[in-house]
Design a protein around this ligand. Structure first.
Ligand code: KG4
Ligand code: ZN
Length: 348
């Protein structure tokens, strides 16, 4: 089964052709980083306009790269939500028009489920039950899945998402946009223990996440230590370097701690680390150590396997949407024109 996946929920216009849910024939991503960079974050109106400009050539390029024609696909999968409504509408409207004119089935995909499926592309035989940490600019969620297609929300962000928290500090310090990859790279040379960030305890015992306290604490550190934002083209000061390193450490510690608690409660066979922030080298390294290497050393075997997709599949892309849409194709309505974008669509 050959599926076209279309993704436009935030600031990437993406399309991909995927066979049988895991063979990626093409994967085209048009990033809008240049458009939003000077604003230090995504401007929704500009994002919709860019999607409109890009969607046509991105889809055509996906067919060209795969050396296939429109007739060669069995169906279309598109991100329905959650995301920016104007951005989602571009992808959904394009997919509906294409499905209608080609008379091909159309299925909708939840963006968060798409991120979960990104891990299956390179590892189709991932074992259930699984626990997924979906961590990106818009989401921080722990999701448990006992069997394919069934999801249970274990923890979610109560305020900022982890990527958003990284992007915001980078903006305050004049580092650039998006902040996550810059903080990842720069913090290789910083001191993670110079600044204290206390990890909030969520009193109801839930496995939710809260990162806004870190942001307030970082602002206090900036004020008390008189840390100046970097001047354009200037060098980052040692103290600012130590601040972002300590901040990243606190965010990673929080993500790891909540995932450890979820793992101890639910005993999954697989852990999936997905979403843009899953590219983070400290987060990947810590997951590997905590869930694979340490159990192996202490107990002689790892109780759980950890999966991290390649970076191109980790950030927003069309291949993960095609992969998540493939199992839904069997029940697809051939003319699902009632489908509409949904900004706050829930997975579970
Ligand atoms: O999944 P994604 O492309 O879009 C959303 O669904 O939000 O994730 C984008 C987020 C941004 O916040 C970006 O700063 C973060 O992923 N990110 C990273 C890294 N690469 C991307 N955060 C930390 N370390 C990275 N290496
Ligand atoms: Zn995403």
């Amino acid at each position: 089964m050959r599926i076209l996946g279309i993704e436009s929920s935030c600031d990437e216009t993406a399309a991909a052709l995927v066979e049988d849910g895991h063979v990626v024939l093409s994967n085209v991503v048009a990033s809008q980083i240049q458009t939003h960079r000077s604003f230090g974050g995504v401007v929704p109106e500009l994002a919709s306009r860019e999607h409109l400009r890009n969607i046509g050539w991105v889809v055509q390029q996906a067919f060209k790269d795969a050396e296939k024609t429109f007739e060669d696909i069995d169906g279309i999968a598109v991100t329905q939500g959650p995301g920016l409504i104007g951005s989602l509408l571009v992808g959904v409207s394009y997919a509906k028009a294409m499905a209608f004119s080609l008379k091909k089935p159309l299925v909708s995909v939840n963006h968060v489920e798409g991120h979960i499926f990104s891990a299956f592309i390179e590892n189709p035989a991932i074992e259930y039950p699984l626990l997924a940490l979906v961590v990106s600019g818009g989401h921080t969620s722990l999701i448990f899945s006992a069997k394919p297609g069934h999801y249970q929300s274990i923890g979610r962000a109560r305020d900022d998402a982890a990527g958003e928290a990284l992007d915001k500090l980078a903006k305050y310090l004049g580092l650039g946009y998006p902040g996550g990859p810059l903080i990842d790279r720069l913090s290789q040379n910083g001191d993670p223990s110079r600044f204290a960030f206390s990890i909030p305890k969520i009193s109801d015992g839930s496995l939710d996440f809260s990162f806004s306290g870190f942001k307030t604490a970082a602002l206090r550190h900036i004020q008390l230590s008189a840390i100046k934002p970097r001047r354009p083209g200037g060098k980052i000061s040692k103290i600012a370097l130590d601040l972002i390193t300590s901040y990243q450490q606190a965010i990673v510690d929080t993500l790891v701690r909540q995932t450890q608690k979820a793992e101890a409660r639910l005993h999954p066979r697989s852990i999936l680390l997905v979403g843009g922030v899953a590219c983070n080298s400290l987060l990947r390294k810590t997951f590997k150590r905590v869930f694979e290497e340490e159990p192996l050393r202490l107990e002689g075997r790892a109780s759980v396997r950890v999966y991290y997709p390649s970076p191109i599949l980790t950030t927003d892309n069309g291949a993960m949407i095609a992969a998540a849409g493939t199992p839904k194709m069997q029940q697809a309505d051939p003319l699902n024109l009632a489908l509409n974008a949904s900004a706050d669509l829930r997975l579970c």
